[in-house]
Design a binder for this molecule. Structure first.
Ligand SMILES: [Zn+2]
Length: 417
């Protein structure tokens, strides 16, 4: 059902008055009835208008009276609809204006269009993991892939230039960096990407990890919240960030039919799926649930994800599943270390080794347990380092001489032998 949106009308009026401030003159031939302009019936982004001549002629020849608030039928039948840009081009005479005026004109129209776009509802789409590389590698500012793209029925998708999604460190990276996301062991786990679109713009995205085979996810049945993990939610607008993140989270709960009252009944607690952004959205989610029951959801992921391979050519930076155990081909949030562990925390397509080699004996060790020897500028294992009391620092064990008398170690160079 159509309703006039007063916010849209304000955007249109404000666009006109802002342009007028730049002394750009009105096109007298385009004598539009300003009182009756509104959002169009055919598209919430278009402006609906009628010229005064037409109102007069309808009155005169057909005895039809158009008021400042016409009925939707009249608007549909007698009004025209076009984009704000086209309207501004009709309404003002832009031939012969100065470069400054033209720049101002274009900026104002662009801002009005963006403001109108913000009035559109945000819609959730849950997309299969195979499309993650395509979504991630799109970047507005990259010359090669700034073109809008299509995923199934979703056509003309784009991410705005100034959007924080576009600023995310992995956005715009080559598609092959995200290969790992398309190679899950689907007998065990499922990965989806959830996006919120407003018009054709992607205004939020998050990976959705599911501890279940894709074939076993039946959305007609209640789903267990602990089988889900909503990863970091990247979103567009800074001011409404928490609202947008909350919408993506709660829309996902409805989409997957995630069971709220999990556990023993009766219960005074509502369990929700864990989410990376738990602390940002908790209060808003709680308010939205409108219940006196306690809302429980954590920010940590309770499960690991199995992959099909123990190595990849490229690796993504991962927000949550940062630890890749190449031994059992799983990624997890557990901070395990060892020679078989890789850390997915690089934005340049590589994975970092959790272990380093001792520069003295070549033993593989955790980076955290290594000791730096200032004198030799080397990183060594605990066995190759010895604390020297005289120098109050670590020296290599090769240089340490034990003093039976004091029970201390001395540096070989400090002894007169
Ligand atoms: Zn060593």
């Amino acid at each position: 059902m159509y309703i006039e949106n007063p916010k849209y009308k304000n955007i249109a009026f404000s666009m006109i008055s802002q342009i007028e401030q730049f002394k750009i003159v009105k096109n007298e031939k385009f004598n539009v009835c300003l009182k009756s302009i509104a959002n169009a019936i055919c598209s919430p982004l278009k402006i609906s208008y009628i010229k005064n001549d037409k109102i007069e002629s309808l009155q005169k020849h057909a005895n039809i009276k158009i008021y400042s608030t016409p009925s939707p039928e009249q608007r549909n039948k007698y009004f025209n609809a076009c984009t704000l840009r086209k309207f501004a081009n009709h309404y003002f005479l832009t031939d012969g204006i100065t470069t400054e005026q033209l720049t101002a004109f274009n900026d104002i129209v662009k801002q009005a269009t963006a403001a109108a776009n913000l009035l559109l509802p945000k819609t959730l789409h849950v997309i299969d993991a195979e499309h993650i590389p395509q979504i991630y590698s799109h970047k507005y500012t990259n010359e090669n892939n700034k073109e809008p793209f299509t995923i199934g029925k979703l056509k003309g998708l784009f991410i705005g230039e100034k959007s924080d999604i576009n600023m995310s460190c992995m956005q715009g990276k080559p598609a092959n960096y995200f290969e790992l996301y398309t190679d899950l062991n689907t007998e065990e786990s499922t990965l989806k990407i959830a996006i919120l679109t407003q018009g054709n713009e992607i205004v939020a995205r998050a990976l959705v990890w599911i501890d279940k085979a894709a074939a076993d996810i039946d959305r007609r049945k209640k789903q267990n919240p602990s089988n889900f993990y909503i990863d970091r939610i990247y979103s567009k607008t800074q001011e409404h960030r928490a609202e947008t993140q909350t919408q993506l989270y709660t829309d996902l709960i409805s989409y997957f039919n995630i069971k709220n009252h999990y556990g023993r009944e009766p219960t005074n607690k509502i369990h929700l799926p864990p989410c990376y952004n738990r602390y940002d959205i908790h209060d808003k989610v709680e308010a939205q649930q409108n219940t006196t029951k306690q809302i429980l959801f954590s920010n940590s992921c309770p499960f690991d994800i199995e992959l099909n391979s123990d190595s990849y050519n490229f690796y993504p930076y991962a927000d949550t599943f940062q630890h890749f155990d190449t031994n059992n081909q799983t990624i997890s949030s557990d901070q395990n270390s060892g020679s078989e562990m890789l850390r997915l925390e690089s934005t340049s397509g590589e994975a970092n080794n959790c272990s380093i080699e001792c520069e003295q004996c070549n033993f593989e060790m955790d980076e955290e347990s290594s000791i730096y020897i200032e004198e030799d500028e080397i990183q060594v294992c605990e066995d190759c380092a010895t604390y020297c009391e005289d120098r109050e620092t670590y020296i290599t064990t090769d240089n340490a001489i034990y003093n039976n008398h004091s029970g201390h170690y001395h540096h070989r160079d400090d002894l007169d032998i």
